[in-house]
Ligand binder design. Sequence first.
Ligand code: SF4
Ligand code: SF4
Length: 298
Amino acid sequence: MSLIEDSPFDTSPVAPVEYSPDSEISFRCHKGVDCWNACCRQIDITLTPYDIVRLKNRLGMSSEEFLKKYTAPFEFDRHGVPGIKMRTQEDAPVCLFMDEVDGCTVYEDRPTSCRYYPVGLLSKRNEKEYTDRTGYVLVEEEHCHGHREDRKITIGDYRKDQGVEVFDEEARPWRQLLLKKLSSGPTIGKPSPQSLSLFFMACYNHDKFREFVNAPSFTTMFDISDEEMKRLNEDDVALMHFGFKFLAQVLFGEQSIPLKEGAADKRTEERKETWELRREAEAEIHRAKQEQAEKDTL
Ligand code: SF4
Ligand code: SF4
């Protein structure tokens, strides 16, 4: 499960030759194939935010429980932009959702990379372009004998067959955020630790993000209607998309979520007061230390 340099998906030793939706491949995977489950025994799967929503809801878990039990964090770049991979068995890269006989135990909600395999998604953005461009590669790994099956199918039909379209669509803003960040170079610079934490929370820990959005510090700052707030509280996918908009504001300064009138000035004023109080407290501590040191030398 593979891709190119600046893609938010996994990399592979397979050289990418770009395919289009009309390109035809020869491939079929079915329970009778002699390599059944071979692909699920050697995984390196990056999860999209939508993959996480689907899996945690299927398993009836909170996002926090799901992240702890089934995933491992990694960084997309040297600035520490966070990503999430599927956790594997302790002693081998075997997927925790694989059953030797029945195969995938979360099949209807399996992640994007699993749906695509052996096709890989190329998501690219040229420096001066504002939208990403999509292409595909074919990954031919030795362990996968599906390529020997006599079935021709176009990449477009394979995507439909695997139900990948909705997964691509829902995760598209996340890929765009990543591509914009990863291809921006020094113009955007290194996000602050707080921005990186917000990125992690909004993209992957959706239940925590929901608490954050409901907190007074958020609701006094952003102008969100009661109807919108209700939707965010009831619909994980709506919340996820709201998170992407919020991150466009945090990372790139886009005015994607309206601010309440005067809220920014009020926050600046409050921060000023906090800094002033902190400065006075530090000066007080410093004075007390000096007094103590003088007493000690007497
Ligand atoms: S989620 Fe399912 S399809 Fe994907 S690697 Fe695990 S068992 Fe295989
Ligand atoms: S044919 Fe390929 S995708 Fe299907 S089970 Fe075998 S290794 Fe996995």
